[in-house]
Ligand binder design. Structure first.
Ligand SMILES: C[S@@+](CC[C@H](N)C(=O)[O-])C[C@H]1O[C@@H](n2cnc3c(N)ncnc32)[C@H](O)[C@@H]1O
Length: 227
């Protein structure tokens, strides 16, 4: 419940997204080092900006974004698809790819939507080549984090790195609070709506902000390797 509310807020904030991306792509750069010529799958590619970023700056041979939403896939193909970059409709829990067909699988802020996380993880392991990397970032309520750990451990993949990137979120919220408050003041005519909008936007002092500041909701990134 807490994490669902945060997700809505997160989608509204370029600063939050930027900080999440920063953490994830740093991990990407560090652990795959040189991915030129490699094959990458992004599961839950959403609006496609992440895959586009990777294709432009890290030069894999190909990157495929998969998303359940046909509208998102259509938009991505219109905005970004090109040489070595494509987007297709598909389900994270039933990926339509051959065994051992990717060097890297990337999954950012999508797994909380899946009905069966173990099915997704089993698919990740299946489509990864031996030695391939699974780069994963998502949030969970603090008291649900141990479930996620057990699920990741049970894949048998090696934990290479994990990082709590919640402080990045808090930093982003701190950075963006004033801008958002100004926006709310300018566009919200009725006092009645101001407080809910503040909450939704996670500005300083709201419950949403406090969940992150106090660690009730935790955002983590992981690098796992198939052995
Ligand atoms: C919050 S968005 C994140 C998008 C992108 N990774 C990002 O960080 O900007 C979550 C995405 O996961 C997708 N999604 C949800 N369930 C899915 C599933 N079972 N298979 C594939 N994609 C799924 C949604 O359609 C949505 O585009």
């Amino acid at each position: 419940m807490i994490s669902e509310m945060f997700l809505a807020m997160c989608r509204t904030s370029p600063a939050v997204k930027k900080n999440l991306w920063k953490g994830m792509y740093q991990a990407f750069a560090l652990y795959t080092r040189n991915i030129e010529g490699k094959s990458v799958l992004e599961v839950g590619s959403g609006r496609g900006g992440g895959s586009n970023y990777i294709k432009r700056y890290l030069k894999p041979k190909k990157i495929v974004g998969v998303d359940l939403s046909s509208k998102a896939v259509k938009l991505c193909n219109k905005n970004y698809a090109g040489d070595g970059l494509s987007y297709i409709c598909g389900d994270a829990e039933n990926l339509e790819f051959e065994d051992e067909s990717f060097d890297v699988v990337l999954n950012v802020e999508s797994s909380h939507c899946y009905s069966a996380m173990p099915s997704f993880l089993s698919e990740v392991k299946r489509v990864l080549k031996k030695g391939g990397f699974f780069l994963f970032a998502d949030l969970r309520d603090h008291d649900k984090m141990d479930i996620l750990y057990k699920q990741l451990e049970s894949t048998g993949m090696n934990f290479i790195k994990e990082k709590n990137i919640t402080p990045n979120i808090v930093e982003a919220l701190n950075t963006d609070s004033n801008r958002r408050l100004e926006g709310i003041k300018a566009f919200t005519l009725s006092r009645l709506f101001k407080e809910p909008f503040k909450e939704f936007a996670g500005v300083k002092g709201t419950k949403c902000y406090e969940w992150f500041r106090t660690g009730e909701v935790v955002y983590k990134s992981f690098v796992l390797q198939k052995v």
